[in-house]
Structure formats: structure tokens, C-alpha cells
Design a protein around this ligand. Structure first.
Ligand code: GLP
Length: 323
């Protein structure tokens, strides 16, 4: 089977294996992919990179919160994250994939498109047949066709390059006349699809995940909310640099839906996020830092580049195990 993509590592076993004791509610039990479902992906050769820091079963024994995978090279990071997303769809399509937008994810989707190009036509067809994703969030008041909307972003970075059926790429309806009802409807649609399997997450400078702005309780559910000035400032780049032009409201999955996912994959890049990442992983979970709630999840993996992980001292980071 010819491929242009390289699977840089296997997924850590503890990440795939149901924990002995879950510290927060997670749904379902991991099922071994059938030979038919596996489609050969579980037999891919493993090419480990020197910079990769990976977790082992020792992590499972400790049950001590998120593990950190650190990449020196950002292209390697994007490739690895993309390969996890691809493996998720090909090997574990039973539950939807949770997706995120933002600048951090741009190289990830580019890598995913490259990897999908390297599949055989049959594999691409299988991927399209199995695809089902739910995005974390959407601005309220932007037309789906507006290039600044997350729907347009997903169409150009994911749906079109991968040749996916747009009906299988779900986002909250930010154009709905009643965004609060639209949020409830989105939560119900997700629940009817079985809840998220693998949830991809980015990190806001103020510690938000999705658009869960601080303060945010651990059980906050999918809802329409006001965006903070900090977030509108952070995302102003897509709106001509004007924070006032950024929509005031958004619909986001809540921590409730996020923490109910089987696996979390938080991807953080760049020096600007180093402090908030260190706080989110080191400080006791608090509503003031919504990302800190992922510490409660038994299968959370944090993937960071060297700049973002700069304040996480490997020698003191018990959850980080050098390969
Ligand atoms: C945005 C989005 C998140 C995203 C995060 C980081 O506001 N709502 O889903 O992951 O903030 O964005 P970026 O990657 O552009 O820094």
C-alpha cells in the first residue's frame, strides 16, 4: 500500500485504553477495531522522531492528568496530530470526531489534506463514508459563506480538500434567529450521534477552550455566550485587526460535552501560549482557567511545540516521559 504520509508514532496505549478509574464521566468502552474496520492502519510502521516525548503505561498507573507530547519541530507536530485524526476516522468511526478552528489548527488541516492525498482511492472513499465531525464553536451572526465564519474555514481547509460530504461536517448554526435554541439543538444532535470520541482542542490566550470563556464551571453545557474583550482582541486578525468587528456572541460546546469525550487532544503552539499552558496544567482546576478542567480527564494528551512548552520543565514534569 503506497502512502505519502508518515505515521510518526503509535498512539500511546493509555490514551486508547479505558482507565481503571475515571476521574470524570467518560462514555463507552474502547472497542478493538475489527479487521475490516482497521483497514491496515494499525499495521503501519512506526517512525519515531527524536524530539517526541511520549507517554507510556506508567502514565496510566499514575492516573495523574494530561500527558505532554513535545515537538521541537512544528511541521512534525502538525503531521502527528493530523495522523491521529486520520487514524481516529479510519479506526474508530463509531463516535464523531470533535474539531477546532484557529491558527493553531491551520497546519494540522494542511497536513491532514496531504496525508489523505497519499491514501489509495479506496481508502479515501472509506474515509468519506466514515466521516462524522462536530466543531466546537461558531460565531453568532456570520453567514456560513462569510469567509470569516468557522463554517467557511472548515469548508476551505477540510471539507473541500478531503472531498467530504458537507452534511457530515457539523457546526453550530451561528445564523439561527434564536442562537440559544440553536445551541440546544446542536447539543441534542451531538448526543444523538453518541457524543465525541476524539476531541481536538486549541487554547485561548485567556485559557478558553472552544469559546468557554472564564469564568466557566466544569459542567457548563453547550450554549450561546458573550465573547470576552480578550478573545475578540485575540481573533481580530480575521476581522481586519478590529476587535469591535469580531462578533459579540458565539455558540460553543461546553466543558460538559468536552469532558465527556473519550479522548482529548489539546494542541498548543507558540511562545505567547507558554504561560497560560503552564498554568492550565499546573494550577488546580478553576473556573478562571477553563482549560485547567482537562486535568480531570483521564485520557487527555497535550501536544505542544518547544515554545509553548517552554515553562514546563521536563525534569519536573512528572507526567512527561522522554522517549
Ligand atoms: C479560538 C477558538 C478556539 C481556538 C482558540 C485558539 O478563539 N474559539 O476553538 O482553538 O481560540 O485559537 P488560535 O489557534 O487562533 O490561537
Amino acid at each position: 500500500m503506497s502512502r505519502s504520509c508518515v505515521i510518526t508514532t503509535e498512539e500511546p496505549n493509555w490514551w486508547l485504553t479505558p482507565p481503571a478509574e475515571a476521574s470524570c464521566e467518560v462514555g463507552g468502552t474502547e472497542q478493538e477495531p475489527s479487521a475490516e474496520r482497521a483497514n491496515g492502519w494499525d499495521k503501519q510502521p512506526v517512525v519515531a522522531t527524536a524530539e517526541l516525548v511520549t507517554a507510556t503505561t506508567a502514565h496510566l498507573a499514575r492516573q495523574s492528568g494530561p500527558a505532554l507530547v513535545r515537538f521541537a519541530d512544528s511541521a512534525g507536530l502538525a503531521d502527528w496530530v493530523a495522523s491521529l485524526l486520520l487514524r481516529d476516522r479510519l479506526l474508530r468511526p463509531e463516535r464523531p470526531l470533535g474539531l477546532a478552528t484557529g491558527r493553531t489548527m491551520e497546519p494540522v488541516y494542511a497536513a491532514l489534506a496531504r496525508q489523505v492525498n497519499g491514501l489509495t482511492p479506496e481508502e479515501r472513499q472509506e474515509l468519506r463514508r466514515r466521516w462524522c465531525s462536530f466543531n466546537l464553536d461558531a460565531y453568532v451572526g456570520l453567514d456560513r459563506a462569510d469567509p470569516r465564519s468557522f463554517a467557511a474555514e472548515m469548508a476551505s481547509r477540510l471539507t473541500t480538500p478531503l472531498g467530504l460530504d458537507p452534511e457530515r461536517v457539523h457546526l453550530p448554526d451561528g445564523q439561527a434567529a434564536d442562537p440559544h435554541a440553536a445551541a440546544e439543538c446542536y447539543a441534542a444532535q451531538l448526543a444523538a450521534s453518541g457524543g465525541i470520541g476524539l476531541q481536538l482542542l486549541g487554547l485561548g490566550l485567556n485559557g478558553h477552550v472552544g469559546f468557554n470563556e472564564p469564568p466557566c464551571e466544569v459542567d457548563a453545557s453547550c450554549r450561546c455566550l458573550e465573547l470576552s474583550p480578550a478573545t475578540r482582541q485575540q481573533n481580530a486578525g480575521a476581522f481586519g485587526g478590529d476587535p469591535e468587528a469580531v462578533p459579540q456572541q458565539a455558540i460553543t460546546l461546553g466543558l460538559r460535552e468536552i469532558l465527556a469525550a473519550e479522548r482529548l487532544l489539546l494542541v498548543v503552539t507558540g511562545a505567547a501560549k507558554a504561560e497560560v499552558l503552564a498554568r492550565a496544567l499546573r494550577e488546580p482546576p478553576t473556573p478562571e482557567l477553563p482549560a485547567s478542567w482537562i486535568q480531570l480527564h483521564p485520557r487527555a494528551l497535550v501536544v505542544a511545540d518547544g515554545a509553548a512548552a517552554a515553562l514546563l520543565d521536563a525534569s519536573r514534569e512528572q507526567r512527561e516521559l522522554l522517549a
